[in-house]
Write a protein that binds this ligand. Sequence first.
Ligand code: MOS
Length: 746
Amino acid sequence: MSLIGQGQRRLEGREKVAGATRFTADLEMAGLLHVQLVLSHLPSATIRSIETESARSAPGVVAVVTGADLPTSSANGPDKPLAVERVFYVGQPVVAVIAESEAAAWDAASLVQVDLEPLPLMMDPVAAMREGASLVLEAGEVADSDDASIHGAATESEATPVQRPPNVSAVATQKRGDAAAALKTADVVIKGTYRLAGVHHAAMEPHIAMARPEPDGGMTVWAPTQGPFALRDEVAGVLEIPAHKVRVIPMPVGGGFGGKVSLLEPLLTLLARQTGRTLRLGLTRQQEFLVAKSAPAASFDLELGAKRDGTLVAIRARYHYDNGATAGWHAGISSSFLAGTYRCDNLDIVGFEVSTNKTPVEAYRAPGAPQSYFALESAMDELALKLDMDPIELRLHNAVREGDRSADGSPWPAIAMVECLEEARQHPLYTAPCTAGEGVGIALGSWGGARTPAAAGCRVEPDGTLSILIGTVDVSGATTGLAMIAAEAFGISTDKVKIQTGDTGVAPFGPIAAGSQVTYSVGGAVHEAALEARRQLLEIATEELEAAPEDLEITDGRVAVRGVPERFVDITRLVAISTEFMGRYRPIQSSGRSAVLSASPQFTVHIARVKTDAETGAFQLTGYAAIQDVGRAINPPEIEGQIHGGAAQSLGRALGEQLAYDSEGQLRTASFLDYELPSVDQLPDIDVRLIEVASVVGPLGAKGVGEPPAIPGAAAITNALARATGTRVRDLPIDRFAMARHAQSP
Ligand code: MOS
């Protein structure tokens, strides 16, 4: 193998950094109309009346549409394209104004009067679970957790005997042995409550979509979606037309992270059909915070019991997710991490999905993992401190290994938890001694990984370029790695491969770009397609060169007889004679398919080094390392980029990112002034170390990469702070004022 593992610049990178990429907002279309939304200003209310007359008569307005004007929707109340009778959260779309220009739509939207009658509201998930609490969602509006599986989540939520409190849509449990008894007899018990705020994807590109009704009753949709086929099927369902009548044209994705499969498209396509016009709807940044679904807040009561030598004997957890006005599905995922990361015979894990009057939550990079690992890895650090044991030693002592029982009872495949921990133990950031005010923290994370069948098409172009057609979009640079796989298989350089994502009318089926699965799921299909194209090319060359296929080789854009370099034919010529008028050779056109039959779970360890000021409590990350098992690194710099981004996202949960709601249900952090994304001065260089314990099923040994780096950062930094200052942070984001107070009180 010559190309795999070599660093390759992202093929689409130049146009992106040059600002030349055409995003959905850049599309021009004759007769395009613009949609503006009127959002609910209350978190829980009945709609008394909606006054639309003034908006209707405003200049440039083509239509003003309310929920009552749309076909009856079978969606749950908060999920209806436009609110009907009730609103469930601030930001819920209530009215759509359609006008000739964006400005006209804005102006007219401000003329719409929505008269709401407030209902009891439920903002606090703990209060929501109390007996007698008013219900956020009515009976029959709660069960829908399809979303979990498309992000690669192994959900083990089951119908369970645990009594459901009010506003709880599902309960996840993991039970093994007798945790209560084991905690009683344990030498050491750690008990803590760990909380994380809800956080926002904060994609650079807010949600946007364009839709055009077609003369045959179909619909064309342009959208920066992570999942064109998933979006196609959803729109077909909403419009009640066959899937083949919906054509989704996938656009470049300006940041996805789980939030960009579908959002505006059901409403937009209904409006397009109703008006018979081409429409575009894009969210402003503030609307993005209110309308786009974010990641849930969570709270974990966690108890660990251990023997004096560090052996874990019990894990007991009670936790809940604050899902906003939807059912949610994170708790099951979290339960599998709490139960499956360390060897432990006694488990009592119960997680609740709670609904409140906030914007419904959604998948966000490793959904359920940053939350459960913040709790678990904080508690493990507390345990190490209490036992006066090295934190890596403690984890190695309890780490699951290949063949051990995972949360669902199946044996772990080839995982590299131990290898990641061993690498961390030797890392200079970990071994260097700490000066006064310095601390080093480590934390671990894992992700199961998704898999979906995939197909790819391939042909060779007149200039000898290999064109690969797939149905999966590129949100992370993964297609550069796919191009390397194709180049390697075919025998040309990567710059001679062009990977294109086709629209759903013509593209081979491909999975959504989510769940850390693009390379894992699509790589094999691309590999097979390129190999078959090579076979077809050599078949033609065999006749042209009068040589056996096994004697031929592809080098420098030509097919030559091995050992007889003067006997060759250019690839361009082989393409020409297989596509020419009255030609005799069949064109080179291949396809490949793949279905990886099992997941390849990924492990990672992060190391954070902090320097704190003893007087002010201020702290600065001074060093950071991410060690991750990727199976086989197809394109190392692309993986490093993924890890940098993910680490920043996991650190952001600690450093200030927070969806803060007030008691009236208003989001107080609905702008980048208030919502604290980590800034470049807060983040040190991130040293990435890749571990390669090959997957036995993934293409070329590869495992998923995208999700794990978004998991351990928060615990790594709070563990470092605990060691630097003696102050244990159990609530995220870190309260800097509390740190200052702790610093001042000896
Ligand atoms: Mo994702 S959160 O699997 O895009």
